[in-house]
Design a protein around this ligand. Structure first.
Ligand code: NAD
Ligand code: ZN
Length: 346
């Protein structure tokens, strides 16, 4: 089968590899679509090898069950679904409480195993998955379903965790209107009556944010925090969702979040000292502000996200590429030329 593999730091190529063999508690999935997350770009630029043998990347996966392990009795060949990406232990204190995205087996700072980041992922014709990671999607289109596995899951989790801050009359800021951010705007719109301010560097992204339901759009820059304060009568925004995660955006958050407000850092843009101190040397976080480094989401967040899509309340702006054209898709994402989510079809 064809698979997009990371062979060395910075090197991805389509290679011909064997179809994966499955164990007794696994499923073999025929991939219908696989989204390209910005995390895949971070992975591509990671300076050291993730593992010795080439790694098939891709953690946003939707497809059809092709084969069922001998001990799996609840799934059938032909079922359509997507892959829950937190391949957690399922038995630690956090997992049994439903917080599989912060599985303790992974340790204090690591994340649970994730397809395409250790085990082989879904930018291929087939992928092996643990049967318990399969989540049905009904008749949802694969191109829409694949981004639910991360872009929607992760956004939904960050927003649900800040729900007490999203009251009518409050303001939520979404920084970075890419694959995750444009989905986050729609989730905010669907779950709350809060005013939504979208922030990005590009006009195309800001136009997309408007179509997704943002009330106000702002170009990202040194003046953005001041503009947010002006829009909120000097109070600041009750919630700031950062889908970039670099110093300038953390600084923007420090300077624009309201007292008692919430900062949710989802973007992994490369280290944010501003999460604990104001990098500009200013007064830092206002009293009562809560800061959370948000990873992935729970199964229930995923089920809710799929339901929003099925109800027509969440539509991913998809840029479709053939798996063979993955390199072009990565280059375009890197250049900031993807609107919404790039999705590969094998
Ligand atoms: P993307 O490339 O699709 O979108 C990023 C957007 O941010 C683009 O629209 C870009 O124009 C904008 N942007 C870049 N710099 C900016 C700035 N200074 N100010 C405002 N906007 C800016 O990326 P994505 O796939 O949506 O992922 C976003 C981030 O979230 C990445 O860092 C990714 O690794 C991370 N991520 C984290 C998790 C998690 O669980 N924590 C999950 C998925 C993705
Ligand atoms: Zn991702």
């Amino acid at each position: 089968m064809r698979a997009l593999q990371l062979t060395d730091p910075g090197v991805i190529e389509i290679r011909d590899v064997p179809v994966p063999e499955i164990g007794p508690s696994d499923l073999l999935i025929r991939v219908g679509a696989a989204g390209i997350c910005h995390s895949d770009l971070h992975l591509l630029h990671f300076p050291v090898k993730m593992r010795e043998e080439p790694l098939t990347i891709g953690h946003e996966i939707a497809g059809t069950i092709e084969a069922v392990g001998s001990e799996v009795d609840v799934r059938q060949v032909g079922e359509r679904g997507l892959v829950y990406l937190c391949w957690s232990c399922g038995v630690c204190r956090e997992c049994i409480s439903g917080n599989e995205n912060v599985c303790l087996a992974a340790g204090r700072t690591a994340m649970p195993p994730c397809p395409g980041l250790g085990p082989d992922g879904g930018m291929a014709e087939y992928v092996r998955i643990p049967a318990r990671s399969f989540v049905p999607i009904g008749d949802l289109d694969f191109l829409q379903a694949a981004p639910m596995a991360d872009a929607a899951l992760t956004s939904y989790h960050a927003i649900r965790g800040a729900k007490e801050h999203l009251r009518p009359g409050s303001t939520a800021v979404v920084i970075g209107i890419g694959g995750l951010g444009h989905v986050a705007v729609q989730i905010l719109r669907a779950l709350s009556a809060t005013r939504i301010v979208a922030v990005d560097l590009g006009q195309d992204q800001l136009d997309l944010a408007k179509r997704c339901g943002a009330d106000i759009t702002l170009e990202s820059g040194p003046d953005t925090a001041r503009q947010i304060l002006e829009l909120t009568g000097g109070r600041g925004a009750e919630a700031v969702f950062d889908f970039v995660g670099v110093d300038p955006t953390a600084q923007m958050a420090v300077q624009s979040v309201a007292p008692n407000g919430a900062y949710r850092m989802v973007g992994l843009g490369g280290g944010v000292p501003g999460v604990t101190a104001d990098p500009a040397g200013g007064p830092g976080w206002p009293w009562g502000a809560s800061v959370r480094k948000s990873y992935g989401g729970t199964r229930s967040d995923l089920v809710d996200s799929i339901a929003l899509a099925q109800a027509g309340r969440l539509t991913v702006e998809v840029d479709r590429f053939d798996l063979n054209d993955a390199r072009e898709a990565f280059d375009r994402l890197e250049a900031g030329k993807i609107r919404g989510r790039a999705v590969l079809v094998p």
